[in-house]
Design a protein around this ligand. Sequence first.
Ligand code: DGJ
Length: 735
Amino acid sequence: MGIVYYEQDRIFKLDTPRTSYMMGVVDKEGFLGHIYYGKKVSGHELAYLLRTEEPPFVPSRNERDRLSFLDKFPMEYPTHGIGDFREAALRVRSAAGHKFCTLSYVSHKIFSGKKGIEGLPASFAGEGKCTTLEILCRDAHLGMEVVLSYSVFEDSDVIARHAEVANQGRERIFLEKIVSMSLDMDNRCFEALTLHGSWARECHRERRPLGRGFQGIGSRRGISGHQDHPFMALMTPATSQESGEVYGVQMVYSGNYEIRAEVSQFGTVRWQAGLEGEDFCWALEPGERFASPEALLTYSDRGLDGMTGSYHDFIRCHILRGEYKDRKRPILINNWEATYFDFDTEKLLSIAREAAKLGIEMLVMDDGWFGNRRDEFRSLGDWYVNEEKLKGGLSYLVEEVNKLGMKFGIWFEPEMISPDSDLYRAHPDWAIAVPGRTPSMARGQYVLDLSRREVVDCVWEQVEAVLRSANVEYVKWDMNRPLCDLGSLGLPPERQGELAHRYMLGVYELQERLVTRFPHILLENCASGGGRFDAGMLYYSPQIWCSDDTDAIERLAIQEGTALIYPLSTIGAHVSNCPNHAVGRNTPFETRGYVALAGTFGYELDVTRISEEDKEMIQEQAALYHKYNDLIREGDYYRIASAAENHLYDCWQVVGKDGKESLVTWIQVLCGPGRQSHMVRLKGLEESARYRVEGAGEEVELSGDILMYVGLRIPDRRGDFAGQVFHLVRVEEAE
Ligand code: DGJ
């Protein structure tokens, strides 16, 4: 494991527990070429794959065909304008207006540990737990230096990559495109797997073959978005959930991005993930540096299960921070679907009183408590308590909630400004807008220009004052519209192309202040549901509200897609009322509970107005949460069956890291043929161990191999959308 440089062959080899990644320096000019990424290999002779001993040869041997070399060579970090006509990783415009740069290897450093990336979220690991390679390359003509950074972790098959550019020249340069990672491979008939959706329909899986030319996904919305998720996998056609080769990449970034694949004339694939290149342009003065966000690469030869396992463990260990990272979260009740804007202290307390009796541990006051906020059209930006609604103020409400033995949480949307707000009346120029043009509203609101320090500070002072005024133990940080009409009065003309990224830096700074100054607060991010669910936000909040669609059946596909790369402990999931507010469907209360248990767990309904039967069910669900949450939060997650594929039922499983227990959840979507039971083949068990299986009123004892290769029998259950859970305990542990 670790990173080695073979000096004689000029080869870098990076090893993770199961994968190898290799690059080589070629020719006198020091071209850095990609050699190999995939299953772990023992040697480093793979240099012959760089094909420098075949036409067109390296330029020092065949200068006549230099262009052919540049357009074919698997550049590790290709640049624009030199004759590599494939997608560039770096496009730079000089002060004279030329778009040209070329990178030559200069030197490298290998060290234990990993540095942070200034202003940006990034993975981390303790000294000795990870090794980093920094390769310094230079464009002597521009006086520009580029450092390519790679970190490998001793416990993970994920490689963290990013790039930093320093202007060491005498003139300003413009970065027009900079990606976090570029990877050239021979095309093995790759298919791309991506996650798509829209509001209330996030993270639906889509798989399609790569064709010639460019294809990809991205966001120009200023947030990673509901539409295309900042993740892509490339897999061979035979790859399935359980077997075959998969390459995964995801961004540790929450703003505009793109992930693209290009199949070249030679049948090679160039795959890149980085900042979105169309709106982005960053001016770099002499002496200044720019860091790209981080991308997380992984490879699995164990199908999607292998990729999912690597990403889950990596995010849990190397992205999530704070006191709640590994801790059980309080069962919460949020008043949004219970009251919308129509609440006051008494209403909230009535919900809290009832909730406390049922085992709910925290009341979250959602949108509508501040300024003159009685609907969506006003008061964002006025973060002071509306004492007409909250008689006695926030402290009274929180004290009363605390007296019930419950924690208290609060909602903010700090990035926004309503045209009808005191803040807008005082600072109309703080909204992002092209000067002289009225920007487009969305949900009746504008976006605050967080690229400006005075705006960041003003928002922070208001949020901080509220948080200091009472015993607040949870914050839901919402963000309900994309960015457009990009213009900032804080930036000169040549820097307007920096706005979207500077905005994200402002958001990250605000959240960093929140988590460092209020370390005991549990932060949950949200953007109209899962509009900004990414590893960047997870660096600040250990959980994210994953969709405004709380219907248990719609949630199956949404949570399946989300759990493809994110651990269950990060997925905000609640039980809500029926008919469901988003889709109007009725599902059993029990099933809603099973689906929400595969996430952070909580409620989003008016407990003062539900049946006694549902109240009893809440108490049972709270008990299940306490019984199984450690397992769900920390265990290995496996997708067993997908209703999106079989249209009949959904099934997932979690296996404890110590292998002692497992939980299987099964949800029926349509009735199957006859009254036949279903056999589902489990995963992650020990073949020779015996397991006591409890569930569906039965108790049986079966061996691991029977459960994995023959299956667990799921009895047929009548009724719409029935759900069942099965608890498996390894027998020697039970005795
Ligand atoms: C969108 C969120 O996703 C909802 O949960 C709720 O907080 C509303 N915003 C409030 O405006």
